[in-house]
Write a protein that binds this ligand. Sequence first.
Ligand SMILES: Cc1ncc(COP(=O)(O)O)c(C=O)c1O
Length: 394
Amino acid sequence: MVTERLKDISYAIRDIAIIADEVMKTGKEIYNLNIGDPVKYDFSTPHYISQALAEATFSGQNFYVDSLGVPELRYEVCKYEQNKNSINITPNDILITSGVTEGLFFLFAALLEKKNEILVPGPSYPIYITYSKFFDGVPVEYELNELNNWEPDIDDLRKKISDKTKAILINSPNNPTGVLYNSKNIKQIIELAGEYTIPIISDEIYDQIVFEKKYSCPATFTNDIPIIGLNGFSKAHLATGWRLGYVYYYDRNKQLVELKQSIEKMARARLCANSIAQYAAIEALKNPGSHTDEMVKKLKERRDYSYKRLVEIEGISCNRPDGAFYLFPKLDFNILNKWKNDKDFVINLLKETGICTVYGSGFGNYGINHLRMTFLPNLEKLEIIYDLLVKFVK
Ligand SMILES: Cc1ncc(COP(=O)(O)O)c(C=O)c1O
């Protein structure tokens, strides 16, 4: 009754929540470290942005808007990308989407069919794998090298390019590893893309959540290699539930014209993104507040605390994340031999302690024997969580 294409759909980050709900029914407190949603913790959507959303609805902006996005928002996004990243684009190069997620859906729809391939980082944000398969493509994971702070292994990437490769995806700062790819590696990936005439997709959703290192946008490293960037308002502007993002085409030699036009057709077929959220986003971009800086400051403290506690545990090792809000520790099952694998560990941890993390195998082949946990809760909560984790592992 149901199509083959839906049989492979999974999203470990939310699939684990189904088990957490069962555990919660037994009366146990659940510590959610599975979903990367800062708004669920003490990071609220800034008041002035919410105010702009309320004003938009009360002033009657409740109709369908332009499929490509409200023109003023496309203009502001373009200005923002030009100023922040000095990239040479126009408002015409912007498409407003229902989150980065919808942008990815459109791109994968436009690029993949008949087992064509897309190179995605491994470990991989699960949506890259799920959407590839949904569109009858093949997600080919290029290795992020754990022994080298999860930096991309360029030789591995080169080996995996084939005549079926339709795009190379970069996600830096990265989910789930937290690595910010260094500039040398980004340049090498861009050179490879040029050599094989493959476009780059750059998921930049965490670009503003970086700690010690400085973020550089991939598009700043090239004049002629086409880059399709994705970003949005979920993380940096603390509006995850509003579902608002954008795609930009950095395409100085007009190599993406057909792709862009096809995606615009899809955008028209889905009518438009949320109208009032777009008006609020205009306000967020016109008057950037201090919320992102404040969030990063708090997150850095929480990362430092979590990292310190985590690496003290025997059988667990971890790289310190450069950005985003995830830790991706490795579990050594020679020491942690009470559990069969990462999924077994995560489910037992959840049932015994209420700590809800995500099994690394949900992030593709390179995620096996790991788990992903956010460091979003406040320090008091984190202390409780890490005390429980230490006791559980012992
Ligand atoms: C790497 C990455 N891309 C995209 C998304 C989804 O972004 P959006 O809320 O804009 O759809 C997430 C959410 O966690 C993410 O981690």
